[in-house]
Each structure stands twice: as structure tokens, then as C-alpha cells.
Write a protein of this length. Sequence first.
Length: 580
Amino acid sequence: MPPAAGDAPGAGAASAAPAASTETAAAGPAADGAKKAAIAPSTTTAAEGARTFHVAAPHDEATTQAATGIMAVHGRRDDAPRGLGADYAATAAGVLAVQGLLAQLLAQARGADARAARRVTTSAARAGLLAVSQYLAATGADEDEADRLAPGGPPFTSADGTRFELETLDPGAWAAFWRALDAPGDAIRGGWRPFQFRYATACAPFPEALHATARGHGWARIRQAAATSGAEVCALRTLAERAAEYDGAAPWSLARLGPAAAAPGERDRQLPISDGPLAGITVLEAGRRIQAPLAAHLLRLLGADVVRIEPPGGDPLRGMPPACGGISARWLALNRGKSAVEADIKSPSGRRRLRELVAEADVFLHNWAPGKAAQLGLDAADLTAVNPGLVYAYTSGWGDRLDDAPMGTDFMVQARTAVGAAVRPADEPSAPSLMTLLDVLGGLLGAEAVLAGLLLRERNGGRGVRVDSSLLGAADTLIAPALRRAAHGAEPRPPAGFRRPLRTADGWLAPTDTCAAAAGAYDLSALPTPDALRLLGSHGLTATPVTTDLASLHTDARFAGSIGRDPHGAPVVPDPWTFA
């Protein structure tokens, strides 16, 4: 469990191994148990015509990825569901378990009835649904985005065999990069939109001419084009390369700030646990994209009052297609239930307004570009001068841990840290997932770190705390087992065909990791999915159907009643925890 006090870096949740047991229950400070997140191995009866068959609920990492839609989203680039080689759902569930534990301890420290919540429960299934929530939200949109969901995407390959990721948020830099490499103008124009939206769609069907252009130039020439255009490129690292430089740092850190502050007033009264363990906590969030907004979303689910700081006119991502009731479905998945205040932080009046809000807040959370907070006079030292009891949280890309770090976005961090190798089996070329793996896991770790910071503040007389987390920390948490194998000279990547679903006549099946080798010996391609399940079951093999249409999760018997809808019509996944 992360430390509750002290200035040493926090030891965030370790990678959690899946197990075939009941949902994880964390009671009191038993953090080791809290990190073993799993799914109950039950079965669900489903009817197909006059026949009845049994669909096993998720048992392990493979079947959890299959059931919750992770395989479907990760496989969009390849036009077929693919399993992640890393234990993503279990790792996320381990972080969620520690979050629930910290939230419970914080509530008790702030005066909640100690008898009110002695047990917190989460599971890999809930973690998996949370991970796909922004993609699921799009299925409830007013318009169909099928034209955006087509196979294709990075990485690119140079003439001398270097596989690389490209990143820019500027269409001008995108065009300048490709023009420098003599790409066709129509391909440059046609590629920008799918490239820009790949964060939201998990695919990027841009013209093949762009891949051909990259293959026509050596890596040195490609780097030169990036340097002159303002775009950035990053060669995909191997797990051995990452293991050689891995410093073992924790995914987040805490540091006390300034003198002791007056103890928060909430400690003088008993807090109603029914309002959530963070009832009475105010979080100011100046976040963009996924990482910081998701961290604040989780804090809101735990009972905090979250206020977004948005630019004049509001967050432009509110209009990102597709929309539900006039608001971006994906934006709603991360920001529903938050209030908003518009402030131009580039102006003196806007910064003054932000400081006024900080004076009454408990947490200030942002994921601005490196150095921006200091340039604006809104860094930790500046804001704790306004509010000595502030928890100042920064969720960054790299956490200032790498000197040669490129732009700190999800796919660049995947490339630089060898996540792209860890998630693919050994018989496939390394490729970062176009599912936003690290933005989501980074958001989870960011929320965990804020909870630890709040608990440290509570136990140290209300003294302010600085909290730092990063996508780099999320990457290292996810692939820690692979890095350990690489450091010891063992094969770090999953074996050939690992977590590759089996084709049936009308869908896909994912066997459990322990049954995969035996199940792969059967030809299921001519069998309907129910018959394929029965065949495997008759030989003692467990599998589950792969969710290929996220909209079907609403009626999936494995998650009966779990998926709701908000007032805009956007799908809503269940809260990750249950407090009892």
C-alpha cells in the first residue's frame, strides 16, 4: 500500500495477478489482499432458440478482456479482437482496490463513523468496463461513427527497419512533416482526421500512401523531417532496452509543502458515509484529454465535489463527435456530474479567479504541459501560498524522469517504454495499442496518489502536499513483470498466439489463459458460438464469448443490469467499488 506519511515516493499499486476467486475485498489495511483483483467464476444461463447453454463469467485476465470489450477495442486496428499481452484489467483493478482502501481510511480520519464502511470491493470486470467507458459511451450517441471505425494506424516503419510513432497536435506540423518526406498531398489531407481522432476511436484508417512514404526514407531522414516540422517521432523500444534503464521508481510521489495549516473543519464533525468517503472535499480540475479528467472523475465517484476550470467558451472537447443530447459522448464519460468555471488562465484576471477558487479548495489537479504552471505563476509554491492546506496534484507524461523524453502523450509513452512490445505476443511486430491504455491507467494512479496526499494532509495537521504521477509510472506499473523477465535474460514478451481469440462461425471465443493451448487444438470455425462453447466445455475447457459490439454490453447476461444511461442517453458503467 502507498505510504500514508513521509516525503519518500509513494509505492503505488503493484501489478496485480488475476485469480479465479471471488471479487477482491479489502478490509482495513490489508493491502496485499487488496491487490489481488479477480472475477467470480460463475456461469450465466442464456437461451438460444430451444437450446440452453452456459456462458462462463470472466475467470481471469483473458476472459475479462474478452467480456468487457477490451479485446474488441484493442483489436480495432487489426480488424479482429486481440488480447493484450499485459495483465491490464488486473493491474487496473489492483489500483482501484488501493483507491477504495485509501478512501475508507481517509473518511475515518476525517470523522466518518468507523463502523460505517469496513469493506471495499472491486473486480477486474469493473476495471475493464471502466477502461472502455469512453468507447462504450459512443455507442449511445445520436449519430453513427461507423465511418471512423476502420482498420489501420501507426506505427510506421522506415526504410532501414525502424518502427516509430509520430505525434503532433498541430495540423500544420502534421502537413509539414509529410511534405518534407514528399508524401502525396491528398494522403496528407486525408490522414489528418483519422490521426487526430485515434485517441477516441482506437484506430486510424489513414491512406496507405503515408506508410509507403515512411518506408521510402531512412530513420535519420525521418528524424530530420520531424525536427524541421515541429512534429515528434519516437522509435519503439524493446523491453530489454527499457529494462536496462529502468530505475525502479514508484508510479507517484508525495512531498509536504509549507508550514502546517489549520486542520480542515470537516474533522470536527461526523461525515455521512452515504455521501461517499470524500464527502465535503472540493477538487479543482484543470485537465484535458483523459488522464487528469479521469482522475477527477474517480474522485467525484468517491463523493468529492469536482469543479472543472475551462477556457472561455468552455472545453472545446464538449463538441467532439459523436454527441449524446448535444454533448460529446466521450466527454460525458469522463466529466459527467462535474461543475465548471470558465477562466482564461493566460490573463491576470483569469489567474486571479483561479487563485480565489484555490483558496476554498482541497485539491488542485492538472495535466498541463511541462513548465506551464510555473510560467503562469500557478505552480505548487504559488498556490500553497494562497491555501497552505492544498493538495497540489500534477499528472504528467514523464514525471521529469527521462532526459530524452518526447511529447508525453499515451502512444509516445507506449513507444518509448516498450509497452508496445509487452502488449503483443512474440510472433507479432511490436506496436503500441491504439486503445488509450496509459491515459486510463495514469488517471487511475493519479486518483490513487491524490487520495494518499489527502490522507497525508489529514495525518499531518492539514499541511499541504504536492502529488506527482505520470504516464511513465503507469507504463512501468503495467509492464513490471515483463521488465523483470527482461532484466534476468528471460523472454519478456508473451508467447506466440498469446490471448488470440478463436474464430467461430458467428463470432469469437476467448479461452482462459490456462486452457488456451488445449482449446487451440479444436477447429471451431464451422461451429456457432454456443456449440463451440459446449464442445470446449465437454472437454473441461473454459471460454467466454468475445464482446465485439460494445453496445451489446447493455444486454450481456454476464453484466446484467450493470450498464445504465445518464440523462443525455450516454451509457454509464458501474462505479468501480462497493463500500459495505
